[in-house]
Structures are given as structure tokens and as C-alpha cells.
Design a protein around this ligand. Structure first.
Ligand SMILES: C[S@@+](CC[C@H](N)C(=O)[O-])C[C@H]1O[C@@H](n2cnc3c(N)ncnc32)[C@H](O)[C@@H]1O
Length: 261
């Protein structure tokens, strides 16, 4: 995906500390759905986690027994991952994976596929997974329809950040990986998983600083935005602890169809 002059790995490299400190993890139900939809037990599976960043998805997979190789183009994101994640971590391009054909059972993109080339990335995932392999992508997002304050917050972000992407944009939807998987001959399944995030206001604002559309602002604009949101959201959650409705979109593509079809 073309994202202007600064590429995504450079953008995330600048906010790696904030990303590592405050981005949410994925709910247990995501990993349950991943196993069910991909038809693959994570325990013992060889997984290539593309766009692994600071390791949120990588550690989720490792915790469930997967053998994970983490791949990212940002050395600063990967250095955060390496600091507290016991797995191989490669500075490499997800559009050109440094693995032989069939080396993996599963290729995952957590919050990352939209930064890659749509066709090249999936072709690479298909190449490095074996005949029973699968590809999976997922994104955490706020469920803005469930809380007025959250919808209003998203509208303010859309007005303040020219690069904003999210539910306040008319016609916004998840990145179209399901269609790309289907075009690559994979058997596709999709699902949404709702969950609730409990987070301190300070951490929520650190998370905001790690958003790509905020990382593109200049320092003064970031401080202004964060101070404004501290006041706005602080009025809703006077005790400084937020309850945020969330949902994860998961798309999986299997090479072999259940029942051998
Ligand atoms: C939003 S982060 C996702 C991190 C992590 N998977 C998670 O669940 O939080 C997206 C990551 O994709 C990486 N990325 C972008 N383009 C890439 C590419 N072509 N190959 C590998 N990684 C890439 C960025 O450097 C960034 O660390």
C-alpha cells in the first residue's frame, strides 16, 4: 500500500516505544477462532508472523505453543520484540519472505497486512505454507457503534488527522484480504469477535500516540491532540479508567478445504 513519503516501518519505528507500552493485546477468543477457522492447532504449528512489530501477536501465538518466526521491516519495532520474546526475529520484507517453499504451516498478519502489497504478500504466504497450510489476518478496532463517547472521539480524530483511517470515515471497512485470499484459491472464512478493553486514560493516550495517523503529525500537533483528548475523555471517565468496546476482524484462508474438497 502506498502511504506517502515515509514508509510504514519508518513511521512505526518512531513510535515503537509507545506501541510497545500501550497497544492492546488480542482476546483469547481470537486465538480460539483462528484455530477453528484455519483447522490448525497452534500448539506445535510452524508460524511466520509477518509485520510482527513489537511482538503482541507473536507472543500470543507463542503462548499457545506455536513455533514462531517473527518478520518485520522495522529494526526499532523488532528490537522491542527481541527484548522480551523468545523466538527468531528477522528484519525482512513480508512481500519477499526469506523462507523456502512449504517451510511454514501458517502465515499470520496481525494489524499489518494493509501495509503490504496486497497480491505479492498473499502469493508469498501461499508459497511458504505447505499443502495443508493456511493464511490468517486480523485487526483489532474500536466498536464505535457501542458507545457515544467513542464515536465522538473517532470523529474528532478524523477531523484532526488527515491520514485518519477508521469507523468515522464514510464507507470505511476492513482491508480486503478475504477477496485476495479467495483470488489466490484459498478457502476463506471471516468472523468478528467482540471484547471489552479496560485501560487507564494515560495508557489510552500513549496508544493514541502510536497510531500511524498521529505519528504523521508534528510534535506540537501531537501534544495539542493528546491534551485535548485527555480533557474530553477525562470528562467521561472521571476515575481515569476507561471501558472501551472493541472487536477483532479475523479472515482465514485454507489451502485444503475441510473434508478434502
Ligand atoms: C501495526 S504494526 C503490527 C504489529 C503486530 N503484529 C501487532 O499485532 O501489534 C504493523 C507492522 O508491520 C510492519 N510492516 C510494514 N510493512 C512491512 C513489510 N513490507 N514487511 C514486513 N513488515 C512490515 C511495520 O514495520 C509494523 O511493525
Amino acid at each position: 500500500m502506498s502511504e506517502g513519503l515515509e514508509e510504514s516501518h519508518q513511521l512505526f519505528g518512531r513510535v515503537a516505544e509507545e506501541y510497545d507500552a500501550a497497544r492492546p493485546r488480542y482476546p483469547e477468543a481470537l486465538y480460539v477462532a483462528l484455530e477453528e477457522q484455519s483447522g490448525m492447532r497452534l500448539a506445535g504449528a510452524r508460524v511466520v508472523d509477518v509485520g510482527a512489530g513489537t511482538g503482541i501477536s507473536t507472543r500470543g501465538l507463542l503462548d499457545r505453543g506455536a513455533r514462531v518466526a517473527a518478520v518485520d521491516r522495522s529494526d526499532r519495532m523488532l528490537s522491542r520484540l527481541r527484548a522480551r520474546t523468545a523466538c527468531g526475529a528477522l528484519l525482512a520484507d513480508g512481500n519477499d519472505l526469506p523462507f523456502r517453499d512449504g517451510a511454514a504451516d501458517l502465515v499470520t498478519y496481525a494489524q499489518s497486512w494493509h501495509w503490504l502489497d496486497p497480491a505479492l504478500s498473499v502469493a508469498e504466504a501461499v508459497r511458504v505454507t505447505g499443502p495443508e497450510g493456511a493464511v490468517a489476518a486480523w485487526w483489532n478496532t474500536v466498536d464505535a457503534g457501542k458507545a457515544d463517547w467513542l464515536a465522538a472521539y473517532q470523529v474528532r480524530l478524523a477531523e484532526s488527522c488527515s491520514g485518519y483511517v477508521g469507523p468515522a470515515l464514510p464507507g470505511w471497512s476492513m482491508p480486503p484480504i478475504a477477496g485476495v485470499m479467495a483470488a489466490a484459491g484459498l478457502a476463506v472464512r471471516e468472523t468478528w469477535i467482540g471484547w471489552t478493553r479496560s485501560v487507564r486514560l494515560d495508557d489510552f493516550l500513549t496508544d493514541l500516540r502510536s497510531r500511524s495517523y498521529v505519528a504523521r503529525l508534528n510534535g506540537h500537533e501531537v501534544e495539542e491532540l493528546v491534551n485535548r483528548e485527555r480533557a474530553e475523555i477525562g470528562r467521561v471517565f472521571a476515575d481515569g479508567r476507561l471501558t472501551v468496546p472493541m472487536r477483532v476482524y479475523l479472515a482465514t484462508g485454507r489451502k485444503s478445504r475441510p473434508g478434502g474438497g
